[in-house]
Design a protein around this ligand. Structure first.
Ligand code: PLP
Length: 392
């Protein structure tokens, strides 16, 4: 393949289609009669301190500065605030000169893929089940997406991982807590992944980068330490987003950072910024950049999601469904009784339950239930799930 050959993704997203279907059904029969679990749109309000800080910024900042361009990689003070915050929180060293303030995690992932995938033999490894956009981004750049099978409880099958790494592997993407399963990779899992990769880097004699995609890092319900990747593996990058942790999904704010210990960290960082520039990306909202240093320590009330998880998990397991117990994010992965997720999704619609099949996430036989919904939707859906289970 030449560099100019792209695979355009013209397929409509199954998730979006189901989301649109649920929206239409709500217009037809009323919101309260549709149990829409399709999409990961946060439904816990942004902390009031965020809005207060925004108002204060608008009132007290010179409007020319407030609404003007910032440097492409972000305002230097904001980059510094991110570096200090991360270094302190995870007892690591982050260089502000290696922080790129981005419009959420999505562009951070795209820039990373574009800088590390350069020809059709280049491979990117993901762990199934995985966020479907990874595939679209890698294919668009002309690379190959390689999925590792899940082992027990959606922890990666490490043997399969070892076998799937080869001299063409350029990047491994991890995502914990995970969309769609809600699985959390604790330190033991991170150590297994990084030990394997360190061996393989030695064997092939070139860096194999890890991108840790962390939009759900602060939506961790388990009282466990988050193993920050820069403390375990040198050739690493982190994509973070305030979309979920501060319910700012529509505002588009997050960052990409390169581990200062990464191979040619400065060269890689410069390449990331150039790629952003070449893709027509000119920094992100200055207003939300200036907001960041004031709100970085805050997060939404994650107890709301945790309670939704607990009620939904109890309801579904009492009915008889086989459900994976998620430790973070706001998704539940449920096994489909006869193994055919597409058929199950169609059947569920008859009970006005809208869930998404697991196939776009790289595994079959499950559905994803996004439980970032009203409490009433969780509680009132029990009867419909019961009928669906019994096939009434
Ligand atoms: N990565 C994962 C795993 C996600 O689930 C999402 C959004 O749902 C993103 C990245 C992108 O998030 P954003 O671009 O809003 O920061």
């Amino acid at each position: 393949m030449s560099k100019g050959t792209f695979e355009h993704n013209t397929q409509p997203s199954v998730i979006r289609e189901l989301f649109e279907y649920a929206k239409k059904r709500k217009q037809e029969i009323g919101n309260e009669n549709v149990f829409d679990f399709t999409i990961g749109n946060p439904n816990v309000p942004t902390p009031k301190e965020v809005n207060e800080a925004l108002i204060e910024l608008i009132k007290n900042t010179n409007p020319i500065k407030l609404h003007g361009y910032t440097a492409n990689s972000g305002d230097p003070k904001v980059k510094e605030a991110v570096a200090i915050h991360i270094s302190k929180t995870f007892n690591t060293h982050i260089d502000p000169e290696l922080v790129y303030i981005t419009s959420g995690a999505s562009p951070a992932i795209v820039f990373t893929i574009h800088s590390l995938v350069s020809c059709s033999t280049d491979e990117v490894i993901v762990f199934a089940p995985y966020f479907p956009e990874y595939g679209h981004y890698v294919h668009y750049k002309g690379g190959k997406l390689v999925a590792v099978k899940p082992g027990n409880n959606f922890i990666p099958d490490f043997n399969d991982f070892k076998h799937k790494i080869n001299e063409n592997t350029k990047l491994v993407i991890i995502n914990s807590p995970n969309n769609p399963s809600g699985v959390f990779y604790d330190e033991e899992v991170i150590l297994k992944i990084t030990d394997i990769l360190k061996e393989k880097e030695k064997e092939y004699g070139h860096p194999i980068y890890i991108l840790s995609d962390e939009p759900y890092r602060d939506l961790l319900f388990a009282n466990k330490k988050y193993p920050f990747i820069t403390n375990y593996y040198n050739d690493s990058l982190v994509a973070y987003s305030y979309s979920k942790s501060l319910s700012l999904a529509g505002e588009r704010i997050g960052y990409l950072l390169v581990n200062p210990k990464a191979h040619d960290s400065k060269g890689l960082y410069t390449k990331l910024i150039k790629i952003g520039h070449n893709l027509g990306y000119v920094s992100t909202s200055s207003l939300f950049q200036y907001l960041l240093p004031k709100v970085m320590d805050l997060k939404v009330d994650i107890d709301f999601y945790k309670e939704n998880r607990d009620i939904l998990y109890k309801n579904l397991t009492e009915i008889g469904f086989d459900v994976f117990y998620p430790e973070g994010a706001f998704y539940m992965f449920m096994k489909v009784p006869n193994g055919n997720s597409k058929e199950f999704v169609e059947k569920a619609k008859k009970y006005e339950i809208v869930v998404v099949p697991s196939d776009p996430f790289g595994v079959s036989g499950y559905v994803r239930i996004a439980y970032c919904v009203d409490r009433e939707t969780i509680v009132n859906s029990k009867e419909a799930f019961e009928k669906l289970y019994r096939g009434e």
